[in-house]
Design a protein. Structure first.
Length: 184
């Protein structure tokens, strides 16, 4: 196989992953819109939106999902993980009955090395430009027991847009990992 052919295959895989993540994000946005529509109907009208809160000169988005446990399931309904969100942290608890390990692709190569490390690099650039303080940069830690993934903790995920991107990437990654162990 030529190097060009291998690059094309890799590009195709990456684009397919992006399409899947965007489809998931569209689905999540549609669900959020439905929930908002339901709330509007319950209230019998529109409420005035409160302006975003400011913190140290920067606008801070209200995070509707803070404190909420959100399951991530495979297409067949199998629970893959549960995410827990706080104001500055996203914790992923992997399903105990699955034998997910960090060496099952695309966990390390895509989720950790590309998505999360890419966000961390972006934050490091923002630190150098003086846009954020060093303690506000994204960091992450993977915990495993007997080589089996138990949790992933992401500190300073950085707002709703990034949270959606991380969740979408996580869902896609876990689905691919589950497919590999199910067919294997």
């Amino acid at each position: 196989m030529s190097e060009d052919f291998k690059r094309l295959l890799k590009m195709r895989e990456d684009l397919s992953g992006q399409i899947e993540r965007l489809k998931e994000e569209i689905g999540d946005l549609q669900k959020a819109l439905q929930q908002i529509d339901s709330l509007i109907l319950e209230e019998g009208g529109f409420k005035r939106a409160e302006p975003p809160k400011e913190k140290a000169g920067a606008i801070v988005e209200e995070e509707a999902q803070v404190g909420e446990a959100v399951p991530i399931k495979a297409k067949d309904g199998k629970l893959l993980a549960t995410t827990y969100v706080s104001e500055r942290e996203l914790r992923v608890a992997f399903a105990e009955d699955l034998s997910l390990t960090a060496d099952i692709p695309p966990f390390q190569s895509f989720l950790l090395d590309r998505v999360l490390a890419g966000m961390r690099t972006s934050d490091e650039d923002r630190i150098r430009r003086g846009e954020i303080a060093p303690e506000e940069a994204l960091s992450f830690q993977v915990e495993a027991e007997d080589n089996r993934l138990s949790s992933l903790t992401i500190q300073n995920y950085g707002g709703e847009r990034r949270l959606r991107e991380i969740r979408s990437s996580l869902r896609w990654t876990l689905e691919r990992m589950y497919e590999k162990i199910s067919s294997g």
